[in-house]
Design a protein around this ligand. Structure first.
Ligand code: MG
Length: 202
């Protein structure tokens, strides 16, 4: 399986990192080795002093698709979930400065936290509230209605470039409030007030 991540999909997050607003979705990939095993802590990697959390809504692809039209995109997923796109922000800043690819900053081991999935019928994907709570304090709060590109548009766009396969997961971008983690932090992600993930930082 592969993980497809969307960057810069919420205006509020684009502003906080002073990024340019894209004219089409920003896409990058994480390999399956990036997935943090279930119930494992996240270990801060030695190559970064600035690991950021990015809470994101996920969709899980349920069948093979290529050149999917937005109209039919909803037939390609039946589960919606929550995850964290861990980012070595210091490494990413260097990559950006030199115009280099982001993989070292975005796709390292443990950088993809995949929490709970829920049947899509249980959630309104176009008006879904989600939060990241760090040590008991809400640090990120988003709603999918603020996405620049909606999930069905993203699936359509991504499938122009990459054949989607059953089990692939799409990370749909993070809202404002990203920040760094330290040893012993506890991160909890909620989706419509349901706890969908819990991670300890080591
Ligand atoms: Mg992200």
């Amino acid at each position: 399986m592969k993980i497809i991540c969307i960057g810069r999909n919420y205006a509020s997050h684009i502003e906080e990192l002073a990024n340019e607003k894209p004219t089409s979705p920003v896409i990058f990939l994480k390999p399956d080795s990036a997935i943090l095993p279930k119930n494992h802590p996240f270990f801060i990697p030695p190559f970064s002093n600035d690991i950021h959390y990015e809470i994101e809504v996920l969709v899980k692809i349920n069948k093979v698709g290529k050149y999917i039209s937005p109209k039919f995109a909803n037939k390609y997923y039946d589960e919606v979930g929550l995850g964290i796109d861990f980012t070595a922000r210091d490494v990413q800043a260097k990559c950006k400065e030199k115009g280099l690819p982001w993989e070292k900053a975005k796709s390292f081991d443990g950088s993809a936290v995949i929490g709970m999935f829920y049947p899509k019928e249980e959630l309104d994907l176009n008006n879904l509230t989600f939060q990241l709570i760090k040590n008991g304090k809400v640090v990120q709060e988003g709603n999918t209605k603020s996405m620049l590109w909606k999930v069905d548009e993203l699936i359509s766009y991504v499938s122009e470039y990459f054949t989607l396969k059953k089990g692939d997961v799409i990370f749909t971008g993070t809202p404002a409030g990203v920040g760094s983690v330290r040893e012993n932090d506890v991160l909890v992600g909620t989706i419509e007030d349901k706890e969908a993930l819990r991670i300890k930082i080591k």
